[in-house]
Write a protein that binds this ligand. Sequence first.
Ligand code: SAM
Length: 268
Amino acid sequence: MKDIATIATTKEILEKYQLGALKKFGQNFLIDINIIDKIITSVDINKKTAVIEVGPGIGALTQRLALQSGKVISFEIDERFKPVYRDYLNFDNLNIIFGDFMEQDIAKVVLDLREEFDQVYLIANLPYYITTPIVEKVLLSNCKIDRIVVMIQKEVALKMTGSLKNPLMMMIEDMGSIDYLFTVSKNVFIPAPHVDSAVIAIDIKKEADLKLYEVLKVCFKQRRKTILNNLKQHYDNAQEILDNAKIESSKRSEELALEDFKNITKFI
Ligand code: SAM
């Protein structure tokens, strides 16, 4: 079986099926099999693992995922790839669903997979225009995924694994952990994007506390404002909440820790 993730095969497929990369769908095809091997080995996949993939493209990563894992469910928005899947991705354990990942009932998909598999992972080279919405959707749907391993823009990966505080990052801190795995050069894609990429891993240990997320969104709405002023926009008894939670009303959200927001949530 030919590896799809090489320059030669990728060019062959794109030419054969007359497929130009569509910018609007964030299409950059991976052409380095070593990067795919690195992703697979860093995730620890076996036949007891089910994988959900967003955006298989022409199948560079999908092919390896199908070989290594028990089952792969891939969601692809671009139906032009249909003939490629017919000719190059002939795996019994692969199910490609055409549609927008953002519109899928992912909790239901994971629940079904859980009946048969020990772990369910989301592994993908994400379309960069919707990186954050995808991570947010998966985390907040409480879909019982164990790990998210995704390639995203390096700059975004550095922010997410650095000291940035925002509602999503605080939710990840509450639910598990996030790691920067490795950097990926922009030169291993066709077409090459403008910036380098990186692979990150999010391990999920507990469900999302959706009330906490609502509170975080209120608290971080206007970063320059104090915690009191942000809370006041939504809660009449903002000062009382802060007093109960033992938090100084002059602080800004960036100065507070996860435990502080959990306390605030408790008193709302
Ligand atoms: N996995 C392939 C690879 O690594 O070469 C392609 C990755 S490419 C960066 C992103 C893929 O996501 C494209 O195939 C694109 O069509 C698909 N995509 C974009 N938006 C999507 C969406 N909302 N739902 C599902 N797939 C989407």
